[in-house]
Design a protein around this ligand. Sequence first.
Ligand code: NI
Length: 171
Amino acid sequence: MSVLPIVRIGHPVLRRRTAELPLEQLKSSTVRTLIKAMVPTMRKAQGVGLAANQVGVGLNLAVLECRASRRYPGKDDFPLQAYANIHIVKYSKKQVVDWEGCLSVPGYRGLVPRSESVTFEALTPEGKPVKRSVKGFQARVIQHETDHLNGLCYLDRMIDMRSLTHLDEFK
Ligand code: NI
C-alpha cells in the first residue's frame, strides 16, 4: 500500500477547516483508497493519529492507532480506528497537561492542556454513525486530530511556548 507524503506546518491546507463528507463521497473508491493509504502513512511515520489535511486532502477524515508506540512509550494502546465528520460534543472540565508532537511539526514536542475525557460523534468508513466517549491518551489524540480538521495545530493550544522542545533535547 502506498505511503503518502505528509505536509508540514506552513502549508495552507493545515490552516483550513476541512469539509464534511456526504455519505456517497465517504463510500466512493477515491475516499476508500485515501483511508487505506492513510493507515500505512501513519504507521510508517510512527504516528498515533493522522488527519486527511496532513496528506494534503481537505476532508474531515482521520485515522488513529496506538500499539506500543515508540514515539510515545508508556502510553495506553488503542486499536486502529478511522472516522469521518468528527465532532467533539462533550469535553470534561478536568484537563491534563502532557507532551504532544505532530507529524506536521517534525522534531518537536510541547506541553499541551487537553480535556481528560471527551465524547465525539463521527461516521465509520462504512458510513455508520457512532458516538464514543474516550479518556486518557486516546482522548488527547482525538482532540489533536479534531484540531487539525478545524485548521489548528497543537502549537496553538500551548499555554507557554517555553516548553517547546526539540526531540534531541527531550529526555
Ligand atoms: Ni498532528
